[in-house]
Write a protein that binds this ligand. Structure first.
Ligand code: A3P
Ligand code: MG
Ligand code: MG
Length: 377
């Protein structure tokens, strides 16, 4: 544990952030490489695991999202660090003979955490990450130990009639029901109609790796995308019609609505970061019956939330998220680069109760497990 005096602190001042009249400039994320995990979760440096969006329709609706839970081909998540992302970046650098120009490299999930930190769900909604400086770029990974403990705590406190595991399955089941493995024109009726009987797996994934800029800082991050609407354009950096799939409980009360609008912040942040233009919400009841699908345009979400607040509380504001993400990255960079050793592993810790981000060194030398030997060499 670091000495108290060596801990840098950054309190989140939501009142100041809310009062801002401008938003830090953001550049549209552009995919420059990608990778896939195949059916066995083996890495492939290609787009082989891309899925096409094709929503389920009656008579396939309503659909039981629990069907097939007993056969779930589940990827037992473990700490995968930044390994696949680094492999994809290194491969791209070798192919183009040019290093990437990013000052931060991380998973999209970590960037999402920064964006939404001003609006934690509750006092336990903190996070921890590890960071290291290498060749003028800061690499950030999740602190897996903290994440696993947080999840275990949430699961043990769960008292609902349906297990958390089964409810997590619903999300993957929805992905299976709403996607096809080839474009529509190349997919048989049979495949479309038999999606309900397919074994659900979360091992197969497609990850987009993008270059983006927030507040003048060049960022590179990788993140999973669920599906594509049409075809990936041939021109590098062109907009891609990605689709993010989400399930949510049908709204029946003002409280449900407020909760959903807050959930939309997470959907928005996640999709905004990777340049995913469309989010499809699969509405389900409390027993896991999927009843309908609704499309949301990512860029219209904040306006919609604002419009629908009905004189009530405004749950979140996008410029607060963007400006905070920009400020925290500036601060992290400033603290880490001021370190005379220019090496070692840092911990980024956010405590949701006090809304303070802390940054301190946990290893004096090296890069911990954040960077692979293959990448460093
Ligand atoms: P839902 O989002 O429909 O609940 P993603 O939407 O990010 O592509 O993730 C797909 C599914 O993975 C989610 O579906 C959910 O079932 C599961 N999932 C993702 N993140 C999770 C988390 N932090 N905790 C529990 N389940 C998660
Ligand atoms: Mg996904
Ligand atoms: Mg999804």
């Amino acid at each position: 544990m670091a000495q108290n005096s060596n801990v840098a602190r950054f309190p989140i001042d939501v009142i100041r952030l809310t009062a801002a009249t401008t938003q830090a400039p953001v550049k549209r994320p552009r995919e420059f490489t990608c990778f896939s995990y195949d059916k066995n979760h083996n890495l492939r440096l290609d787009d082989s695991s891309i899925k096409w969006y094709y929503p389920p329709q009656p008579p396939a609706l309503p659909a039981n999202l629990s069907a097939g839970f007993d056969k779930f081909d589940k990827h037992d998540s473990q700490d995968e660090h930044l390994d696949s992302l680094l492999t994809a970046i290194a491969h791209h650098e070798q192919q183009t003979n040019q290093p990437i120009d990013a000052k931060f490299v991380t998973w999209r999930g970590m960037m999402t955490k920064f964006l939404i930190a001003p609006y934690p769900y509750d006092d336990d909604d903190g996070f921890e990450m590890n960071a290291t400086l290498f060749q003028d770029c800061i690499f950030i990974e999740e602190n897996w130990v903290f994440a696993a403990e947080k999840k275990a705590k949430q699961n043990s406190g769960w008292k609902g009639p349906i297990s958390q595991e089964e409810m997590t399955f619903w999300g993957y089941k929805f992905e299976t029901l709403a996607t096809i493995p080839r474009p529509w024109a190349e997919t048989s009726r049979e495949v479309i109609e038999n999606r309900g009987d397919e074994v659900v797996s979360n091992k197969e994934q497609y990850c987009s790796v993008v270059r983006s800029e927030i507040g003048g800082k060049v960022l590179c991050f990788g993140g999973e995308v669920d599906a594509i609407w049409d075809m990936k354009p041939k021109e590098p950096g062109a907009k891609i019609n990605w689709v993010e799939l989400k399930t949510s409980k049908v709204i029946q009360s003002p409280r449900d609505k407020f909760q959903f609008n807050k959930k939309l912040m997470k959907f928005w942040a996640q999709s905004f970061l990777l340049g995913v233009p469309k989010i499809v919400v699969g509405w389900r009841d409390k027993k896991g019956m999927l009843v309908s699908c609704e499309e949301y345009e990512t860029k219209e979400i904040d306006e919609r939330v604002r419009r629908e607040r009905d004189g009530g509380q405004w749950p979140w504001m996008p410029w607060v998220c963007v400006n905070f993400a920009s400020e925290i990255l500036d601060w992290i960079q400033q603290v880490i680069k001021a370190d005379p050793q220019q090496s070692g592993v840092w911990r980024i810790r956010f405590d949701a109760k006090s809304k303070v981000v802390e940054l301190f060194k946990v290893e004096e030398r090296g890069h911990g497990r954040i960077l692979t030997d293959e990448f460093v060499n």
